[in-house]
Design a protein around this ligand. Structure first.
Ligand code: SF4
Ligand code: SF4
Length: 415
């Protein structure tokens, strides 16, 4: 039985010349624009428990990840780091660069939007840079108040092969392109007479997703990813901040918040059982919370995993067909089909709808915390293991400790 349409969202196409996309939102999944949020709670948590980047807070397991990569993933990640590092470093100092012309003195929103599309971004939106989400270690780094949110689509076909090395090419390769495009867009803003600071997707100043939602570029899916009207969760996100005059976009209700509760395919298919089926209030926002400690080891061990991205119907078929199908039938397009839900996990085999792999408990035993916390935990382990050791054993022990401390000096790569 067809459902009543509550409202129709109209979005510009993925390219400048594309027609407007119309997405119907059924009455029973209509919610609020953006995300249900308690402003006072968001403010409280940002003040009392400010966020910190995973580069610092989760440094131990980021380092550990390199020890469980396959040789092929390891070799590719090294290549990616080498190619990406100069781009990330260039972005880090963009806030210091002066404009190259006198300010044009007009609203530059549409000029930036046009330039972003020309550079290849698939969507762009404008909002206030929300400092409530800024990471502790980046608070002094962020300079300007307006945020330009840019999304770059990663390759469709490669993404459908998740989890695989092929999909990792799409994932990390897109970041390399995006970093370079952001630097060019910042140059363009400076040529209009205003400052522009690039917030690299690989050295985030904050979680970008809340600002993308605020700018109307999509809504938060149960899989923890931005569900874009154009490419679902196949979007890689970056932000540029500026002091140039802009007009902000508005958040949009695409129906995602409630649709996810009808769908829940990502929660059912996650091999680590890491996605909560029921929403909770977390730091002032209502969402399906991801359990990091279950996701991380599977993601690191199995080529980035991201099965939660692969099996999402909005990623796979697009938001418009999925929402139209829901209005017509009340059903989730592709649910319980091998076409959508099937995946293959290296060394484990193929898993169709209703089937999941099992893992050895040891897989979930990995180091936690900052580098210092991890080093101390390792230090303790070694001291305990060496109490009562002979002189020779103590020499070996001293060597192991030195090795450990040297590891603490290595840098951490992006995800
Ligand atoms: S990346 Fe894999 S393990 Fe992590 S939430 Fe997604 S499906 Fe689950
Ligand atoms: S798979 Fe379904 S529940 Fe998960 S994010 Fe996509 S639409 Fe939402």
């Amino acid at each position: 039985m067809p459902k009543k349409v509550h409202h129709v969202v109209r979005r510009a196409g993925i390219k400048l010349e594309d027609p407007v996309v119309e997405i119907p939102v059924a009455e029973d999944i209509a919610g609020v624009p953006g995300i249900p949020q308690r402003e006072k709670d968001v403010a409280f948590y940002s003040r009392e428990y400010p966020l910190e980047t995973q580069n610092v807070e989760k440094a131990a397991d980021r380092e550990w990840s390199w020890t469980v990569y396959t040789p092929e993933v390891f070799a590719y990640r090294e290549l990616h780091e080498a190619a990406n590092k100069p781009l990330v470093e260039a972005a880090a100092v963009t806030g210091e660069i002066e404009p190259t012309a006198e300010p044009v003195g007009r609203d530059i929103t549409e000029e930036i939007r046009k330039k972003a599309y020309e550079l290849g971004f698939g969507d762009v939106g404008f909002t206030r840079y929300d400092r409530r989400y800024t990471y502790v270690s980046k608070k002094r780094w962020v300079k300007f108040e307006h945020a330009i949110c840019v999304a770059l689509e990663q390759d469709y076909a490669q993404t459908q092969s998740l989890p695989s090395l092929e999909a990792e090419y799409a994932h990390f390769g897109t970041y390399e392109i995006e970093n370079a495009q952001c630097l060019k867009l910042a140059d363009f803003i400076r040529s209009l007479g205003y400052h522009a600071q690039v917030h690299s997707p690989n050295d985030n100043s904050a979680p970008f997703l809340p600002m993308f939602v605020q700018a109307g570029l999509g809504q938060l899916g149960a899989n923890g990813q931005l569900l874009s009207p154009h490419f679902g969760s196949r979007a890689r996100l970056a932000v540029i901040t500026t002091d140039g005059p802009l007009t902000y976009d508005e958040p949009v209700d695409y129906g995602v918040h409630k649709f996810c509760q009808e769908c829940l395919i990502c929660a059912d298919r996650c091999p680590a059982r890491a996605i909560m089926r029921d929403k909770v209030w977390w730091r002032g926002v209502e969402k399906n919370k991801l359990i990091y400690d279950r996701c991380r080891p599977v993601m690191s061990t199995y080529e980035g995993c991201a099965i939660c991205m692969k099996v999402c119907p909005i990623q796979r078929y697009g938001m418009k067909p999925v929402m139209e199908h829901y209005v017509e039938t009340g059903e989730v397009l592709g649910k319980r089909t091998d076409n959508l839900e099937g995946f293959t996990l290296r060394d484990k085999g193929y898993f169709g709808p209703g089937e999941l792999p099992s893992f050895d408990r040891k897989l979930f035993d990995f180091p936690h915390g900052t580098k210092d916390e991890w080093l101390f935990a390792e230090f303790k382990k070694k001291v305990e293991a060496n109490s009562g050791a002979t002189k020779e054993e103590s020499v070996v022990f001293a060597g192991e400790l030195k090795e450990l401390l040297d590891q603490g000096d290595t840098t951490v790569g992006d995800e």
